[in-house]
Write a protein of this length. Structure first.
Length: 283
């Protein structure tokens, strides 16, 4: 198998991902200013990041949305943020800002045999969005997805238990099951490309639904392509950029745009403007 080089192909993305870690989870100093912290806790950010992470001051859009459903309200701010980001840049934040996505990509660089997820697994995140994020929180009056979210387990659950001895006494079945799920996701990341993002993440699915109509789009020019397959090899989501460049799974990492052939380009367009041919015509 060809060498996977998700980051070095796009050094700008690598820099922004590292910068994003500080912007999202680098706020130790804010803890000294409770009023500022409470203000930012009401502002959702366009990535999956638990509001309980000790070093963050932002709120998770999925957690915020579920919280309002549980108490019988609708979060217009969170919904508006998701709509705005989706319309402007689609799923770009998944590829350039998300801390948990970053962790999965790092783990995938461990040298082992790699596998590809079955196509049908991509539909699971649709069911997760409607069932765990929308329906069950209303009927069960509980933030169901947050109770199983591996991003929250890694960023919030583990640190809080390690730092707080009182919480260690309260560790039970729920926490253990969450850690088991987190372990499965992290281990799977070594063998599969961004498994949580590809199969489960409801926020990624919501942003991805806008990929075809967002201002930021990709297009493929078959005349420039000479079938080197590098864009497929270096796609962190394991999709084929020559045919799936505007699919729900595309995280707009722009690795395919960086290839020498320049067959895939990004552009900004209002509406669904006709793009270049995406396939070679068969005789």
């Amino acid at each position: 198998m060809k060498k996977v080089n998700f980051f070095l192909r796009n050094k700008i993305r690598l820099f922004i991902l590292f910068l994003g870690l500080f912007i999202i989870n680098g706020h130790f100093y804010i803890r000294a200013y409770p009023q500022i912290e409470r203000l930012f806790k009401n502002i959702p950010i366009p990535v999956l990041n638990c509001y309980s992470v000790p070093t963050t001051i932002w709120s998770c859009p999925v957690g915020t949305f579920q919280h309002f459903l549980v108490i019988g309200f609708f979060s217009f701010v969170t919904t508006g943020m998701v709509l705005l980001v989706g319309i402007l840049i689609g799923r770009w934040t998944c590829g350039w800002l998300c801390p948990f996505g970053f962790v999965q990509e790092l783990l995938h660089h461990i040298k082992t045999r790699k596998f590809k997820l079955p196509y049908w697994t991509g539909h699971i995140k649709t069911a997760v969005f409607f069932l765990l994020v929308l329906i069950l929180p209303i009927f069960l009056k509980s933030t169901v997805f947050c109770m199983t979210c591996p991003a929250g387990g890694l960023g919030a659950g583990i640190p809080h238990v390690l730092m707080n001895t009182d919480l260690q006494r309260l560790v039970g079945v729920l926490f253990i099951s969450k850690m088991i799920f987190l372990t499965i996701v992290l281990l799977a990341s070594v063998f599969y490309r961004r498994p949580f993002c590809s199969v489960i993440c409801p926020l990624g699915w919501a942003f991805g639904m806008f990929n075809k109509v967002s201002l930021l789009k990709l297009r493929f020019n078959a005349e420039k392509c000479y079938n080197c397959n590098l864009c497929r090899v270096e796609c962190p989501m394991g999709i084929d950029p020559t045919t799936q460049y505007n699919s729900v799974d595309c995280i707009r990492c722009m690795n395919c745009v960086k290839q020498r052939c320049n067959a895939i380009e990004y552009y900004f367009s209002i509406g669904d403007r006709k793009t270049l041919n995406n396939e070679k015509k068969e005789n």
